[in-house]
Ligand binder design. Structure first.
Ligand code: XIL
Length: 301
């Protein structure tokens, strides 16, 4: 199991304390947005990899594993994609070109990808993003097929939130993963773990994650943060409750021998939730919180 974090290239370049805190504590790196379609294909079939190349090459020079996030998502898309509707043939060709160009470009440097991100809603239905609307549900297996062809050695993941414990959303993800696994198209499932206090019980997480492990895919905790907004106790009590939420997730991760445990950022100062959520294992001054001790003391090496 490796400990990882979402990381921003502008902060790596501009903030020495951010850079050193990441380098000293984490083994894997998920670019927070630098590999998303709006950044890598800003104009149709005009790819921009200079920024992400510098980021990925820096990570490799520092012996970090890069987790590619994400090839097909309903958000963070360039305007040329979202500003019109497409025929199924047109958008399928666009998706294939995007996936195969990006995966081929990073082949040998990025060993695993979130191929499709957040494709289902909490009631277990297909999320009606532009890919679902203009291609249909087949966009998901097609995306994995294109990625597999572009880099047969890469580990291919499906990634989602609110599917961490039993329910219609988790069931939809499970059925998808089972189908993709039967086709030899998937290797990992990312459980994002964007949670609020008190968080989930170890048993609820383990019960759900175990069935994915039984399918033969690796479970990844892919984006954990624990939002403390609205907690009724003191800041010290909130940090203790937060540490317990991280601890239970780490224990469940050990239970199913998950391959990655990644937080979505590591310092409250640069959390996508804002610093007031105080959601991450390091505070805004890069001081380790009780959550960090909970993670590092529990997670198996
Ligand atoms: C977020 C980033 O943190 C933001 O900086 C960006 O503006 C939008 O995307 N689930 C995901 C991530 O899979 O890609 C999202 O990241 C957070 C929710």
């Amino acid at each position: 199991m490796t400990l990882g974090s979402a990381v921003r290239w502008d902060k790596i370049q501009g903030d020495p304390t951010y850079r050193q805190t990441f380098l000293s504590n984490f083994q894997t790196l998920t670019p927070e947005y630098e590999l998303k379609m709006a950044d890598t294909e800003p104009q149709q079939n005009q790819f921009a990899f200079n920024y992400s190349d510098a980021f990925v090459n820096w990570a490799l020079a520092n012996n970090k594993i890069v987790h590619g996030h994400t090839l097909v998502w309903g958000s963070y898309l360039p305007a040329w994609v979202t500003s019109r509707r497409w025929s199924r043939t047109q958008l399928t060709a666009i998706m294939k070109n995007h996936i195969q160009t990006e995966v081929a470009h990073f082949k040998g440097r990025i060993p695993e990808w979130d191929v499709v991100n957040e494709a289902f809603t909490d009631d277990g239905k297909l999320r009606q993003n532009i890919w679902a609307q203009d291609i249909g549900s087949s966009y998901i297996p097609l995306a994995f097929k294109y990625a597999r062809a572009a880099d047969p050695a890469a580990r291919l993941c499906y990634n989602d939130y609110n599917a961490e414990v039993a329910g219609p959303h988790a069931d939809a993800v499970y059925n998808l993963v089972k189908s993709l696994k039967a086709q030899g198209l998937i290797d990992c499932v990312g459980m994002q773990m964007h949670v609020r206090l008190p968080g989930y019980s170890e048993q609820a997480l383990r019960t759900n994650w175990q069935r994915f492990a039984v399918l033969g895919v690796s479970v990844y905790v892919s984006e954990m943060d624990v939002d403390t907004t609205g907690f009724s106790g003191s800041a010290v009590q909130a940090q203790a409750a937060q540490a317990d939420a991280y601890r239970r997730a780490a224990l469940a991760c050990n239970d199913v021998r998950c391959a990655r445990f990644t937080t979505w950022g590591f310092s409250d100062a640069s959390s996508w939730l804002g610093s007031a959520a105080a959601a991450l294992p390091f505070d805004a001054n890069y001081q380790a919180k009780p959550a960090w001790a909970a993670l590092t003391s529990v997670l198996a090496p």
